[in-house]
Design a protein around this ligand. Structure first.
Ligand code: 13P
Length: 259
């Protein structure tokens, strides 16, 4: 079974709801001009919570094929969790995806693998595909322990999961030292870890789950390096920060097969 590549744009804390509408419109036009085939490469954007309703309205009214999702979600159903957003709120807004466990959430909000796994399970149970992030800090890589570190995160996040559920998620390998730094991992470095993730999934959950789970690379991905990254056997797409705020760049990345 072939995995459909996914180009995912994490806007982080950028763009208000008016800017979001413009950005999605420009992206849709640029992809339209390039006659982008969404069945060949899926395109998704992850705006801040406050923009999602506007993006939904635009996507619905113009019948856009661009998917969208949120950058985080609560593992709780509802209740006294000030500032949090539930899975059912995202479902109502038509989100197909949600990012969980981004390194910035782990760093600034102390999120743990257990919590991230719970968020991912909650989202998936409601029909929203989680994009589950993992990745090592620079010290870990310099110590040569990056594969071990990331596989530890994978084991902890998927602890207690069923194979069928694991096969339906997206994992994003984002080495922290490559995020927003312009220092992209070499395609071989990225493949090493993405391949190790798939092998671990196969070992723990079986070949079926390993065949269908999508593994993305993230960290300074841009038009100039996307083609080589996507040529790696175990890389099924990219989670893009900075370049996803530039519609021309992001659309060009979605067209990597024509480069
Ligand atoms: P950059 O593409 O800006 O390095 O960000 C990567 C990222 O963190 C996407 O989630």
């Amino acid at each position: 079974m072939a995995r459909t590549p996914l180009l995912a744009g994490n806007w982080k804390m950028n763009m208000d709801h008016l800017e979001a509408t413009h950005l999605v419109q420009k992206l849709a036009w640029t992809l339209g001009d390039a006659q982008h085939d969404f069945n060949r490469v899926e395109v998704a954007v992850f705006p801040p919570f406050t923009d999602i309703r506007s993006v939904q309205t635009l996507v619905d009214s113009d019948e856009l094929k661009i998917a969208y999702g949120a950058q985080d979600v609560s593992a709780q159903d509802n209740g006294a969790f000030t500032g949090d957003i539930s899975v059912s709120m995202l479902t109502k807004l038509g989100c197909s995806y949600v990012i969980v466990g981004h390194s910035e959430r782990r760093q600034y909000h102390g999120e743990t693998d257990t919590e991230v796994g719970a968020k991912a399970a909650k989202a998936l149970a409601a029909g929203i595909v989680p994009v589950i992030c993992c990745g090592e800090a620079l010290e870990v890589r310099e110590a040569g322990k990056h594969v071990e570190h990331v596989l530890g995160q994978i084991d902890a996040m998927f602890s207690g999961w069923e194979a069928d559920a694991v096969g339906r998620v997206v994992v994003a390998y984002e080495p922290i030292w490559a995020i927003g730094t312009g220092k992209v991992a070499t395609p071989a470095d990225a493949q090493e870890v993405c391949g190790a993730i798939r092998a671990r999934i196969s070992e723990r959950f079986g070949a079926g789950a390993a065949e269908s789970i999508r593994v993305l690379y993230g960290g300074s991905a841009k038009p100039g390096n996307i083609k080589e990254l996507m040529a790696q056997r175990d890389i099924d797409g990219a989670l893009v920060g900075g370049a996803s705020l530039k519609p021309e760049d992001f659309a060009a990345m979605a067209e990597y097969q024509k480069m």
